[in-house]
Design a binder for this molecule. Structure first.
Ligand code: SAH
Ligand code: SF4
Ligand code: F3S
Length: 485
C-alpha cells in the first residue's frame, strides 16, 4: 500500500515546490508595482497547437493574473509576451518562428518588454538552441515540464541581466491546483492525464510531453464540480489517449469508470472527450457512452491509415479489421453516433495502393469530419529516419483526393440532418450575421440559427433546415432553454 502511495506521490509536484512558486509570484507582483507605478502591467499570451496546450495557456494566464498582470490582444501593447508553442508538424513550427520573428519590432520599440517562448517546441534541444542563437531578443524560454515554475522563471527574467532558458528533459509530473484564466464561460477544457507512452513513429508528443500520467479522479471531479458551479455547460476531458486513463493510479479506475462518475454529477451540462486511441477503446467505453446521458454521441477515433502495413510501421497497435469492428460495435450501440478521425497522408514508404486503402476505409466508415495531414518528419522520431521516396507533389495529389472524397461524404451526412431536431448548446454569436447564434449538436456538428442573445450559454432545441459545407442552418424548434426546464 505504502509503496503505491509513494509511486503516486512521485508523479505530483510537491506542495512545498508549489508554495515556493506562490512566494515567487508575490515577489514578481511587488517588482511589477515598482516597475510600472500607477498602472496594471499587460501580458499577451498566445497558444498554438492542441487543446492540451490551450489548457496550459489558461494556466499560464492564471499564474500571470496572480502576479498582477491583465491581458491584451496585441503583442505591441504588452509588457510581457508569451508564445506557448506546438511542434506537431513543421508548418506548426514555421508559424511560431514567423510570429517570434515579428516580435523583434515590438522589442525595438519597447526595450523593457519581456518576451517568452514556452511549450512543446522548446522541449526540443535544437529549437531551444535556434532561439538562443537566432532570436537574441527572446528573454525567457521554458519547457512543458516547468510550466508551474513560471513565477520563479519570470522573477529571474525580470531581475537577472541574462536570458533565462529552462527546458529540462523529464518524465513529467502533475502540478495540481494551479490557477487558470479560462478562455470562455460556457465550454471548458479539463485535462485528465498528461504525456504519452505510445511512441507512434511519426509523433513528437512523447518526446516533448513526457510519460503518460493520470490525475486522481477526486481532483478531476472536484474541478468538474467547480466548473459546473461556475455555469460551464460543456466539459471536454483531455488526454493524448484518454482510453488509457487510470494506469499507474493507486485507485482502481479506467476511463469508462471516470465518465460514469462525472455523468452523475448534478447540473445541466454535457461531456466530451479527446483523444481516443483505437487500440485502447473498449466495448465498456462504448456501452458507457451509450448509457450516460451527459456524454455526447461523438467519438474522435483517429485511424491515421487504412493500410495494415502502414499502421504497423506507425506503431499504432491495431489493424483495419479491429478498427472497423470497433466502429460497427459503436454504431450498433449508439445509432446516432458521429465519428471523426485524423489521417496522415504520405507516411514514409506509403504507396499509392496503400493510400487507396485509406480512401476505401474513409468511404466505408463515413466520418462526419476528418482532420487530414501530410506527413511531416519530426527530428528524433523513427519515421524521420525512414526512406520517403514519394514526392511532395504526389502526396499533395493524394491529399486533395482524400479531401474530395471526404467532402462528398460529409455533405451527404449533413444533407441527411435536414428535418431533424437536435439539442444544441448556444455558444455565441453566429457567423451568418446579426441575430444569428452558433452552437454544436452532441455529434459536434456546427449549427447556426436565429435567436436572441439571451439564449447564449443554454441548451436549445434546433430543427435543421439546410445543410452548408461547414455547418448546418436551423431554426429553434421550441423556446424552452435548459434554464427553464
Ligand atoms: N494523441 C492523438 C493525436 C495527437 S496529434 C492520437 O493518437 O490520436 C494530432 C494528429 O496530428 C495525429 O492524430 C496525427 O494525425 C497528426 N500528426 C502527428 N504527428 C504528425 C506528423 N509528424 N506529420 C503529420 N501529421 C502528424
Ligand atoms: Fe502521438 Fe501516438 Fe501519442 Fe497520439 S498516441 S500523441 S499520435 S504518440
Ligand atoms: Fe502540439 Fe504539443 Fe499539442 S506538439 S499538438 S501542442 S501536445
Amino acid at each position: 500500500m505504502v509503496i503505491f502511495l509513494n509511486s503516486r506521490s512521485e508523479k505530483l509536484v510537491p506542495e512545498d515546490e508549489l508554495s515556493r512558486q506562490r512566494e515567487y509570484a508575490l515577489q514578481v507582483k511587488k517588482l511589477l508595482e515598482l516597475r510600472y507605478p500607477g498602472r496594471t502591467p499587460l501580458a499577451h499570451v498566445h497558444t498554438f497547437g492542441c487543446q492540451q496546450n490551450v489548457s496550459d495557456g489558461e494556466k499560464i494566464k492564471g499564474m500571470l493574473q496572480g502576479m498582477g498582470y491583465d491581458f491584451c490582444t496585441a503583442p505591441a501593447d504588452a509588457d510581457l509576451v508569451i508564445y506557448n508553442t506546438c511542434a506537431i508538424r513543421e508548418n506548426a513550427e514555421d508559424k511560431v518562428f514567423g510570429s517570434i520573428g515579428q516580435l523583434s519590432h515590438c522589442k525595438n520599440a519597447r526595450k523593457d518588454m519581456i518576451l517568452g517562448v514556452c511549450g512543446c517546441m522548446v522541449q526540443q534541444k535544437h529549437v531551444a538552441e535556434k532561439i538562443r542563437k537566432s532570436y537574441p531578443y527572446i528573454d525567457l524560454v521554458f519547457g512543458t515540464h516547468v510550466l508551474h515554475r513560471l513565477p520563479e522563471l519570470l522573477y529571474r527574467a525580470l531581475t537577472e541581466k541574462k536570458r533565462v532558458f529552462e527546458a529540462p528533459d523529464s518524465d513529467g509530473a502533475i502540478a495540481e491546483g494551479l490557477p487558470a484564466v479560462r478562455d470562455g464561460k460556457i465550454k471548458a477544457w479539463l485535462p485528465i492525464m498528461y504525456g504519452c507512452n505510445n511512441f507512434c513513429t511519426y509523433c513528437v508528443v512523447p518526446y516533448v510531453r513526457g510519460r503518460e500520467r493520470s490525475r486522481a479522479s477526486a481532483d478531476i471531479i472536484a474541478e468538474a464540480k467547480a466548473l459546473i458551479a461556475d455555469g460551464y455547460k460543456e466539459i471536454t476531458l483531455l488526454g493524448q489517449n484518454v482510453n488509457s486513463y487510470g494506469k499507474g493510479l493507486e485507485e482502481e479506475i479506467n476511463f469508462a469508470g471516470l465518465l460514469r462518475k462525472l455523468n452523475v454529477l448534478d447540473g445541466d451540462f454535457v461531456l466530451r472527450f479527446m483523444t481516443s486511441h483505437p487500440k485502447d477503446a473498449t466495448p465498456d467505453l462504448i456501452d458507457t457512452m451509450a448509457r450516460c446521458e451527459k456524454v455526447c454521441h461523438h467519438l474522435h477515433l483517429p485511424v491515421q491509415s487504412g493500410c495494415d502495413r502502414v499502421l504497423r510501421e506507425m506503431n499504432r497497435h491495431y489493424d483495419k479489421k479491429s478498427y472497423l469492428a470497433l466502429v460497427d460495435y459503436a454504431r450498433k450501440k449508439i445509432p446516432d453516433l458521429s465519428l471523426s478521425s485524423d489521417i496522415i497522408v504520405g507516411f514514409p514508404g506509403e504507396t499509392e495502393e496503400e493510400f487507396d486503402e485509406t480512401l476505401e476505409l474513409v468511404k466505408q466508415v463515413g466520418y462526419h469530419f476528418l482532420y487530414t495531414f501530410i506527413f511531416s518528419p519530426r527530428p528524433g522520431t523513427k519515421a524521420a529516419q525512414m526512406d520517403d521516396p514519394v514526392s511532395p507533389q504526389e502526396k499533395s495529389r493524394w491529399f486533395r483526393q482524400l479531401l474530395d472524397v471526404q467532402e462528398k461524404i460529409g455533405q451527404a451526412i449533413y444533407d441527411g440532418l435536414v428535418g431533424k431536431t437536435f439539442r444544441v448548446l448556444a455558444e455565441g454569436q453566429g457567423r451568418s450575421g446579426d441575430g444569428w447564434l452558433t452552437g454544436r449538436t452532441g455529434q459536434n456538428v456546427i449549427v447556426e440559427f436565429e435567436g436572441s442573445e439571451a439564449l447564449i450559454g443554454g441548451f436549445v432545441n434546433v430543427r435543421v433546415t439546410k445543410a452548408l459545407r461547414w455547418a448546418v442552418i436551423g431554426e429553434i424548434a421550441d423556446s424552452r432553454t435548459s434554464n427553464e426546464n
